[in-house]
Design a protein around this ligand. Structure first.
Ligand code: F6P
Length: 364
């Protein structure tokens, strides 16, 4: 009897809603249409390095389309080409990619599906160059992966952020305050921009448009003069003043990308209240944006991209990430995705529309 083809699947990088839905799509199609054997690698590239994996059955992924996070676990700090050996809070990095290549042979897998973001695809691109048969499925709440207009997890984070901004309105209006809502996104402002527009933010601050505190203060004062006794500000964690720096919450020196942003909203709150005398409060949504059940849109996207990835695997088209552009599911070479982040273009029609309804971006 012919030995079944064995493939591997991993979820890598920051977790987000929809990762399980994508995993389910990959595993169900692999089993139902191709009768493949599927190995689930645990905790992203950490599992590839430590040879941790398990057999995945149809039953294992049944019913997980509604579940947030990933049943396989993930890691956003393990890079086989710069793997951090930790000594207390010190870390030395070394290339353990040979171990990964050996483990792939030991696992007996012919090819691999990586459900990940830009960091994970930078690794995948190098593994592909080292001869690994690998395909990528884009996920991240940051929506900053090149080659795709949207990533799995973004729509859910957008709806969570928008709901939070809606809720904060009643408190701002009741206390005549400036309320600042800080959202994740690293160096890309997609989440702040779209939740700011959807939530009716008066001021939206993006990493892509350095702000001037005077412009923010004058908008707050102008609203107050016009009888609008409250102001809603939506700020991306990666926003910064003209000629200034981002606010770094902490450095994770064992992580491939050590910088963890966060806290700009508190800096802004102090400045605005200090200058205007108007009570100002800040709120950081943080990891709340990464939790919970995925929206219907994210479940559909995850299912479409997951099954497309299996088409590439079964037709042995390796070295690509699947994506969506103009409502078409496409494939993009890893080389066009690796080591790059898709940020908001300055001439984005979304920014133009927001300006047209009076939104301030802190640059004028
Ligand atoms: O990339 C996803 C993301 O949530 C970013 O928005 C955020 O800056 C970072 O990950 C937080 O990483 P961690 O979970 O390690 O704190």
């Amino acid at each position: 009897m012919n030995k079944k083809i064995r493939i591997g699947v991993l979820t890598a990088g920051g977790d987000c809603p929809g990762m399980n839905a994508a995993l389910r799509a990959v595993v169900k199609k692999a089993i139902l249409e191709h009768d493949y054997e599927v190995m689930g690698i645990e905790d992203g590239y950490e599992g590839m390095i430590r040879n941790r994996y398990r057999h995945l059955t149809y039953g294992d992924v049944s019913g997980i389309i509604t579940t947030g996070g990933t049943i396989l676990g993930t890691s956003n700090s393990a890079d086989p080409y710069a793997y951090a050996a930790r000594h207390g809070n010190q870390a030395t990095k070394k290339d353990v990619s040979k171990t990964v290549l050996n483990n792939i042979n030991k696992m007996g897998i012919e090819s691999l599906v990586c459900i990940g973001g830009d960091g994970s695809f930078s690794v995948a691109s190098r593994l592909a160059a080292d001869g690994v048969s690998i395909v990528g499925v884009p996920k991240t709440i940051d929506n900053d992966v090149m080659g795709t207009e949207v990533t799995i997890g973004f729509d859910t984070a957008l709806s969570v952020a928008t709901e939070a901004i809606d809720r904060i309105h009643s408190s701002a209006q009741s206390h005549h305050r400036v309320m600042i809502v800080e959202v994740m996104g690293r160096n890309a402002g997609w989440l702040a921009l779209m939740s700011g527009i959807a939530g009716g933010g008066d001021i939206i601050l993006l990493p892509e448009i350095p702000y001037n505190i005077e412009n923010i203060v004058s908008r707050v004062k102008e609203r107050s003069r016009r009888g609008k006794k409250f102001t809603i500000i939506v700020v991306s964690e990666g926003a910064k003043p003209v000629g200034g720096q981002v606010v770094v919450k902490r450095l994770v020196n064992y992580s491939a990308d050590p910088v963890r942003l966060g806290g700009i909203s508190f800096t802004l709150a102090e400045q605005i209240e200090g200058i205007t005398g108007i009570e100002t409060r800040a709120l950081v949504l943080g990891h709340l944006l990464r939790g919970g059940t995925p929206t219907a849109t994210d479940r559909v996207l995850a299912t479409s991209l997951g099954t497309k990835a299996m088409d590439l695997i079964s037709s042995r088209q390796y070295g690509y990430m699947v994506g969506i552009t103009a409502n078409q599911i496409i494939k993009v070479p890893f080389t066009a995705v690796a080591n790059r982040q898709r940020t908001v273009p300055a001439d984005s029609s979304l920014i133009t529309s927001a300006r047209s309804v009076g939104t301030c971006f802190g640059d004028s």
